[in-house]
Design a protein around this ligand. Sequence first.
Ligand code: NI
Length: 190
Amino acid sequence: MILPIVAYGDPVLKKVAEEIDKDYPGLQQLIADMFETMYNANGVGLAAPQIGKSIRLFIVDASPFAEDDEDGENEHLKDFKKVFINPIIEDETGEEWGFNEGCLSIPGIREEVFREEKIKISYYDENFNFFEEEYDGFAARVIQHEYDHIEGVLFTDKISPLRRRLLKRRLEEITIGDVDVNYKMRFPKK
Ligand code: NI
């Protein structure tokens, strides 16, 4: 089932999300619905707060990037379809690099965001198996963005005050639903 994606301005996007356990009601269905919702919106990541649930769960699938790739540089992304439950970013290292990020909760806006290159993350998968893994490059970037969501942080919190001021009006328009978007959303002030 495709779920409405919560738009910028909803307080759920600003909350630090809560851990869950394997008995969380309807967890497998929720994960399936989140994948369906993400694919429908052509996203590469989706965090539970974005569908209105303040829990520490996010999903990613960057495998389409591997398929589009001509020089084979993104080959390693072909298996990058994962569920992260109760993740902890243990370490972030390397040079900060800029990338034009977007977010399904903030349609139509992209901004350059600087993040460190490598991460070490521990998490549980959908079957509550524990992992500790390292990622770099685009995969790390997607995880860092989604991880921020469960910490109540949006990419617009990580840009300069000047850029944020320039975006203020468009962000307010998103909050009231005055935005063109081709997937189902829930707007806080509509
Ligand atoms: Ni996002």
